[in-house]
Design a protein around this ligand. Structure first.
Ligand code: AMP
Ligand code: MG
Length: 511
């Protein structure tokens, strides 16, 4: 382990399927605490990164540590849940074998193209887990880098704990996501509108390669650099395409499929990412860059929580269209690799992109059918689902609870006429399948979560932790969201909808 010197106030200075690793993989030493670093990304051309260390902080502490995740990664959890771990997760000590860099990328932010890069993050390297899976280990909020522009490179405690909560909730819901290994405190203030406590999040990801990384390659690199990135990404995330005839097309099609499935899963659980800029969309198909994200309570496709999304570009119901827009930027970046003849390349790209909405609708319908207990296919299924959603919107029903409470054997006594009519249609649809109502109900219970990280519960937990240093509510919340399909008396308060009369929820950018 290498120790970095703290140069005073840095703020002032501003479950994935097992995939065979296709990347060059030299024999690695196993280091204390179980780190096993490799650096396949660093074997890319130099334009894609800058070597940079985290900036040491005044007083490293561990706010929260993900014991279970550490163990799956093959790390020595007991050893890391300590001052040694705090030093690593705050960026004051570099674990043996790490080779820190800041990654270069670009991106369309709210539709406008900009050169970006890790302005407040450092990739320590790729850790190889005992099952052979490769994970980026990234420190977020770790100080200035060559890409920081006017930013201070820092993050604050509330938003980093928030990312920890929401990413772990997504994981428990079975949705592909980056994970959170630890949040370290820095003992330093960070100047925002007021001074806030600084923190560093350790993020674990299949990779941090973004649509924006390809936009960067297309804008800044030559054909060889673009090809190197495309091949690296393809072999890393789509090893099954090893022998593809048209490798760039295989990559594009692979990403389109993963993203269509991912966005469908978001929509099925009522998740709103909030800032789907192209730099916040990962080619691995994981949810990444949790900023002003939140779960919808009342069903309404126009729902926006982010204070900066004034036009509703990233509203709940817009997410599939925006994903397709982002993937179009990816396809554009890949054009020179798809075919040397530009018009033929454009044709290939358009054909691939056209599949997105078909695949999204497919994944969404499959998910919704399970949510209402359907095992089979009938022609009116989409209409049946849509009329339930319309009813929810009209009556301002809580999306999660309305679905969880559906019961084929029971119409609520206080239900309105529209709902009773829908319920009767639903029962006649259920009678067309061989499975019993009990089986249907069981299917529904496996696909309708009882527990989501409800906004008021998340705020309550963050307030206690950040304002009072009381982590008990946060730990209770984490325990509840880790078993989203369990309904117990102990977790009853996590299932209650937003209190009546509470003001509209607003989220702010993760900075
Ligand atoms: P995000 O909104 O977190 O997706 O970040 C968008 C871009 O702004 C990325 O290039 C970040 O690295 C950069 N950025 C965000 N916050 C800061 C900060 N405090 N200091 C430097 N760069 C930042
Ligand atoms: Mg980002």
């Amino acid at each position: 382990m290498r120790l970095l010197k703290n140069h005073g106030s840095a703020s002032a200075r501003g479950e994935s399927p097992l995939k065979k690793d296709m990347l060059e993989n030299p024999t690695l030493d196993l280091h204390p605490a179980g780190w096993r670093f490799d650096h396949s990304y660093k074997r890319l051309p130099e334009i894609f990164y800058s070597e940079a260390n985290p900036v040491a902080v005044r007083e490293p502490g561990l706010a929260i540590f993900n014991d279970a995740l550490a163990r799956t990664l093959g790390l020595d959890a007991d050893r890391l849940d300590s001052s040694e771990g705090a030093a690593i997760f705050a960026g004051n000590a570099i674990p043996d074998g790490a080779s820190p860099i800041a990654q270069a990328y670009a991106g369309h932010q709210f539709g406008h193209f900009t050169m970006l890069g890790d302005g407040r993050a450092i990739l320590l390297g790729e850790h190889l887990a005992p099952d052979g899976c490769r994970f980026d280990i990234q420190l977020k909020g770790s100080g200035r880098t060559p890409f920081s522009r006017r930013g201070d490179g820092r993050a604050t405690l509330g938003p980093m704990l928030r990312e920890y909560i929401i990413s772990e909730a997504m994981h428990a819901l079975g949705i592909p996501t980056t994970r959170s290994l630890a949040v370290a405190t820095t003992g330093e203030g960070v100047i925002r509108e007021t001074e806030l406590p600084g923190a560093v999040l350790t993020r674990v990801a299949a990779s941090h390669i973004r649509v924006g990384t390809f936009e960067f390659a297309a804008a800044r690199g030559g054909l060889e650099e673009l090809r190197a990135l495309a091949e690296h990404t393809r072999l890393r995330h789509f090893p099954e395409t090893a022998d593809a005839e048209n490798p760039a097309l295989a990559l594009l099609e692979g990403v389109i499929e993963l993203q269509s499935a991912l966005i469908a899963q978001w929509v099925l659980v009522g998740f709103i990412h909030g800032v789907m800029n192209t730099d916040n969309m990962a080619l691995s198909g994981e949810t990444i860059d949790y900023g002003p994200c939140a779960f919808m309570d009342v069903y309404d496709p126009t729902t926006v929580f982010s204070s900066i999304d004034r036009q509703g570009r990233y509203a709940y119901g817009n997410q599939a269209a925006i994903a397709q827009w982002n993937l179009t930027r990816l396809a554009e970046s890949l054009l020179p690799l798809l075919n040397p003849d530009e018009s033929h390349a454009v044709e290939l790209a358009q054909e691939a992109l056209a599949k997105f909405s078909v695949r999204f609708e497919f994944h969404w319908l499959e998910g919704m059918k399970k949510k209402i207990g359907l095992f089979t296919n009938e022609s009116g299924d989409v209409e049946l689902i849509k009329s339930l959603l319309e009813w929810m919107q009209r009556t301002r029903a809580d999306y999660t609870n309305a679905l969880r409470d559906l019961d084929p054997q029971c119409v609520p006594t206080n239900a309105d006429a529209d709902f009773c009519e829908w319920h009767a249609q639903w029962l006649s649809r259920l009678s067309l399948q061989p499975q019993s109502l009990v089986e249907a109900k069981k299917l529904m219970q496996r696909h309708n979560p009882a527990i989501i990280p409800r906004n008021h519960k998340v705020e309550e937990a963050l307030d206690a932790a950040v304002e009072r240093g009381d982590y008990a509510p946060l730990k209770r919340l984490l325990a509840a969201i880790s078993k989203p399909y369990d309904e117990t008396t102990a977790n009853a308060d996590f299932r209650l909808p937003r209190p009546v009369g509470a003001s509209e929820y607003r989220t702010f950018c993760g900075t």
